[in-house]
Design a protein around this ligand. Structure first.
Ligand code: URA
Ligand code: SF4
Length: 216
């Protein structure tokens, strides 16, 4: 028998007049879904408050969960390198995730094994992402991988089909000052998993980021 899970959603925990620092504090209290229970802490986005570009990942990983910062583990290093190779300075970007607590299944060695959030978690967590986007008002958003793609562009989204295209902001995600465009690319963790194709996967990520830069 599976436990019946209540997910009230994060809305009640988002401060009425937030700033980025207040969001980071407030997310620690969030009980919008059950993921807070097995995580060390909530991880809000990080980067420049003047960012033109938001990079949107899936959820914090093992390292991010411990440090309380997004993209500080292996995938983050790939992303940093790719941004540098695409000529995008760190001061122009803000990185965040669609889900703010780390979901994991089992422990292997010292590492907890990541488990993708499902639709219910993404939905529950959306008010935090909305709050970040309202504060930042970026020009564009790059979706890193399938979870971010599905969250913004719907269940039929596929990275392989839609990557590298400048798409208009989805009506299903209304914002007063919506970004001018959204585009998808591969998740940097997928580059690490690509083994013998790693170089090609990395180059394709850099190409997509270069395109994104040209639309800023
Ligand atoms: N993967 C993500 O999607 N986000 C992080 O913050 C780290 C790894
Ligand atoms: Fe709240 Fe999101 Fe954490 Fe769920 S994952 S408890 S909705 S911050």
């Amino acid at each position: 028998m599976s436990e019946r899970i209540e997910r009230p959603g994060a809305g009640a925990w988002v401060p009425e007049r937030p700033n980025l620092a207040r969001l980071r504090e407030a997310v620690q209290e969030c009980r919008g879904c059950e993921l807070y229970r097995d995580a060390t802490q909530g991880v809000m986005g990080d980067g420049s408050a003047d960012a033109e570009l938001v990079l949107l990942g899936e959820q914090p990983g093992d390292r991010e969960d411990q440090q309380g910062e997004p993209f500080v583990g292996p995938a983050g290093r790939v992303l940093d390198d790719a941004l540098a190779d695409a000529g995008i300075e760190q001061s122009r970007v803000f990185r965040t995730n669609v889900v703010k607590h780390f979901r994991w299944s089992t422990i292997r060695g010292k590492r907890r094994i990541h488990q993708s959030p499902h639709h219910g978690h993404v939905d529950a967590c959306r008010p935090w992402l909305e709050a970040e986007l309202r504060l930042l008002r970026p020009t564009g958003v790059v979706l890193l991988g399938g979870t971010a793609g599905n969250a913004l562009l719907g269940p039929s989204f596929k990275v392989t089909e839609q990557r590298g295209r400048r798409l208009s902001w989805p009506g299903a995600f209304p914002l007063d000052h919506a970004p001018r465009w959204v585009a998808a690319t591969t998740h940097p963790a997928a580059v690490l998993r690509a083994h013998d194709q790693r170089r090609a996967a990395y180059d394709a990520l850099v190409d997509d980021l270069r395109l994104a830069e040209s639309w800023l």
